[in-house]
Design a protein around this ligand. Structure first.
Ligand code: UDP
Ligand code: MG
Length: 345
């Protein structure tokens, strides 16, 4: 984490908006979280090598590209293979987390270890086509601080696609900020945005939501999302559930407000009806009101149970935040040592 003295502004955030964006010596860091991706590595490195070939960089005004690979506690050969690649000269640093912290923790780590002028975030499975980064760079040159990928079409498991579709709309509906629809973590960010993100203290990271929250100039870059190039998806259903509930809870307190309102309304309604029952009991000889009372109380209980679920979701996360544990722990940093500098004559 970037530690700033209290009250200090990160110098990067003071760069005036609209500053010259025709630089031809840009540095670019590409953050890629990897978890058990051994089948993907050759394909990934090869494709990145094509998209970020020296002649392309020269054309795009980029002086250097570095990969910031975050190994999220892989249990296969991923970390070893990547370290080998780096020793052979792959321009990358590998941050090995001490265990599997999840995609969001890994992205957070990557952003903390990136320090280029521009930082891109993409998945390791080539579902975020690397060449789209050049479109994002074009958007940056026109003044965008964040260019994020928006999925035009998506391939894969129908149930998952439906789930994602519903999730983005639900979060968009619930959250107090405008969360762009159908966007993942695939993006290119100006250094000022990365600095702003690093300063957010929360430990449960929902990076696409935080990225929307920080503001700045944001534009969507549409792209077609292909199927995973190799290997199995690393997001299990339980990880997706965590992402969804973390996303909602971190971006909005509306479910909590709805739960409060619902339990209040049903509490009042139930009390009112019970008072009526007691007040008019001598005039009643049909059990209908009792049936109604039962329905009301049962419904109230169901609502309360639901409210408890929502309360639990927030209380649990509050507890985790209060403990203040970091979103990830680094076990090892693999980097090619810079070649010894020739002393000036
Ligand atoms: N990933 C990770 N930690 C995890 C799960 C996934 O770092 O616990 C990485 C994974 O290696 C990939 C990216 O997050 O680079 C997206 O994962 P995946 O392709 O499985 O997700 P999906 O395409 O289903 O959203
Ligand atoms: Mg994927």
């Amino acid at each position: 984490r970037l530690d700033l003295p209290p009250g200090a502004q990160a110098p990067e955030t003071l760069v005036p908006p609209g500053a010259a964006r025709d630089a031809t010596d840009l540095t670019l860091d590409i953050v890629i979280p990897v978890f058990n991706e051994e089948e993907m590595l050759d394909l990934l490195v090869e494709r990145l090598g094509q998209v970020f070939a020296p002649e392309v960089l020269a054309r795009q005004g980029v002086a250097s590209v570095r990969l910031v690979l975050v190994d999220d506690g892989s249990r296969d050969a991923t970390a070893r293979l990547l370290a080998e690649r780096i020793r052979q000269g792959l321009p990358a640093r590998l941050i090995r987390l001490s265990r599997n912290f999840g995609h969001q923790g890994a992205v957070c780590a990557g952003l903390d270890f990136a320090d280029a002028d521009l930082v891109a975030v993409m998945d390791a499975d080539l579902q975020d086509p690397p060449e789209v980064v050049w479109e994002m760079l074009a958007a940056w040159r026109q003044g965008a601080d964040v260019a994020f990928g928006r999925r035009r079409r998506r391939q894969g498991n129908v149930l998952k696609r439906l789930g994602y579709w519903g999730f983005y709309r639900l979060v968009g509906f619930l959250s107090e900020i405008d969360l762009p629809l159908d966007t993942g973590d695939f993006c290119l960010m100006d250094r000022s945005v990365v600095t702003a993100l690093r300063r957010l203290p929360e430990n449960l990271r929902f990076s696409r939501g935080l990225r929307a929250w920080v503001g700045f100039q944001q534009v969507a870059v549409p792209f077609d999302r292909p199927a995973r190039a190799a290997g199995e998806p690393k997001y299990t259903w339980s990880k997706l559930y965590r992402l969804a509930t973390d996303g909602i809870a971190s971006m909005s307190t509306r479910p909590l407000q709805a739960a409060q309102l619902a339990s209040f309304l049903f509490g009042v309604l139930t009390l009112l009806f019970l008072f009526l029952l007691v007040g008019f009991s001598q005039h009643l000889d049909v059990p209908r009101p009792f049936l109604f009372a039962y329905v009301l109380i049962a419904t109230g209980n169901a609502v309360l149970a639901f409210c408890l679920y929502i309360l639990g979701a927030y209380v649990g996360r509050t507890y985790l935040e209060v403990k203040g544990r970091p979103p990830y722990l680094v076990m090892e940093l693999v980097e090619r040592r810079a070649p010894p500098q020739k002393p000036h004559v």
